[in-house]
Design a protein around this ligand. Sequence first.
Ligand code: AGP
Length: 609
Amino acid sequence: MCGIMGYTGSKEAKYIIIKGLSALEYRGYDSAGIGIYNSDEDKVNICKCIGKVKNLKEKAEKLNLTGTCGIGHTRWATHGGVTDENAHPHKFGRVTITHNGIIENYEELASEFGIEDELKSQTDTEVACAVFAHYYDKYTDPMKAIYKAVKCFRGTFAFTIIFDDIPGKIYAVRNVSPIVAAKTEHGTMLASDLTAISLYAREYLVLGEYQILVLSPDDIELFDIKGNPLVTEYQKIDWDTEAATKKGFPFFMEKEISEQPEALKNTLEPRIKDGLPDFTYDEIPDEFFKSFDKIFITACGTAMHSGQVGKGLIEKLAKVPVETEIASEFIYDEPIIDSRTLVVSVSQSGETIDTLTAVKKASELGAKTLGIVNVHGTSIARASDHVVYTNAGPEIAVASTKAYTVQVAVFYLLAAKLALVRGLMSEEECREFIKTLQSMPSAIRKVINDKDEVHRISTKIVEAKNVFMLGRGLDYYAILEGSLKLKEVSYIHSEALPAGEIKHGTIALISDETPVILSITQEKLAAKEISNAKEVKSRGAIVLILMKDGIELENESQWDKVYRLPAAPDEFMIFTVTVALQFIAYFTALDLGLDVDKPRNLAKVVTVE
Ligand code: AGP
């Protein structure tokens, strides 16, 4: 959730680290800090403050923070409030650290090491720093100090560590929380994600769990936790630096909504051969799709919403029973899983701790695991037997948009593949299905071109305190996601309901102050849903309708707004209605003057349970 950046080389570290932290700000951003080693003073100088990275930049300008080696951090508070003291880096004795994750036993450690009275902050990180310092004082060997300290910690961590008397070197060690590193022309660097590194390098290496990374100005070395050297393997960054910029859009969210046609094409095309779904691109053989009788889909938030679409489709086309379970529940439940079960996890970041833990649990229970992941080389991808990488490119806005659409697209390919290999779809039917899927980028493009029209719906909800969204069948899954999107970025309470359910309680909340958005794209359910629209209308609701073009709607002018979506077969309407709902959320937040890309309290990558 927090962001980490470190640099050692021949340039002023301060500027490089602050630029990297700005790129990472989307991960967590209630405070920020840097620690720079100053060779004249032979010590690490620290500057930290609450607020955005720009506050840090202003403060750092006024201080003597010269030096070519340093570490930085953006913090999303967990232990200890949002204060300057609690911001990272923390320093204890000769050791300075930044930390992502949570050290669960920090209170026990503080008492065990007798440092309670020396602490300046309320954080678990400062306690961890003291433990590193204790072992560094004892052994004067950084590798041994790291090994000994890490053995004391219970929880998750990515630490970057600099020692006062080891100039020019940065150490890192991790469990769960990610670290990547890269060489540049003028030095080496590490970060908690590629967005920061991609500003400077085209290749990176991933630090494995319980491995130690040592950065010098001209080299990167990797060791196991006991200090034995390991081979370093670099991977290519498969998107350009431009991809992580706003490219003229006011917010990343709008840019990322608009990128969906391309993202969809990039995800679909490598997996279609001769008009049929083909996963050789992901090195998944056809036999794999016959090797299970049951599927579990597990994920969090938006990623889970894509899984719910997947469930509906797989059950319909391939007749394989599918259960969906939120990852944070899955890990503490007793799911009925064995070697004939496939557990599919879905994650944009590939680092969500609940989803990662669910994958590990599924493997322990003997299931086969398949990850649908956007970021290459991440923990969930590494923990899964097979990975289907969605090729959405970097998603920076906290609210997920393009990553969701491509996850849904992967489920369409999977459902078709399963139906095909299990003989429930002929090749001809499958080709027709895939052809329609391939037409979705241009259908989405039409909605994008129509965004001003969709914006008019937002103007009807911008002053609301509560919004309700109704849908049936696939429309229900679409509004689950649309409703989350609206909450996340506009802070307006929104509730998504199967349209038929409204009468069973929630209709009590409907009044002339409540906008109700109905998604009506499923022909066989349309008449029933129009009746539901009338029910809320007669209670005074402001009724806003997203409707598939061609579905008949009498007396259209009686509704507060009707937006027509380009017609496609029912099971494909999810793509266009999703984009309309994303725009509704976006424009509402925009009109409210909110920081759309960085909604309050949220972080892009959720690495705490
Ligand atoms: C989506 O807009 C949210 N930011 C959130 O629900 C997100 O989808 C969830 O935290 C899962 O993240 P992941 O896809 O990176 O695992």
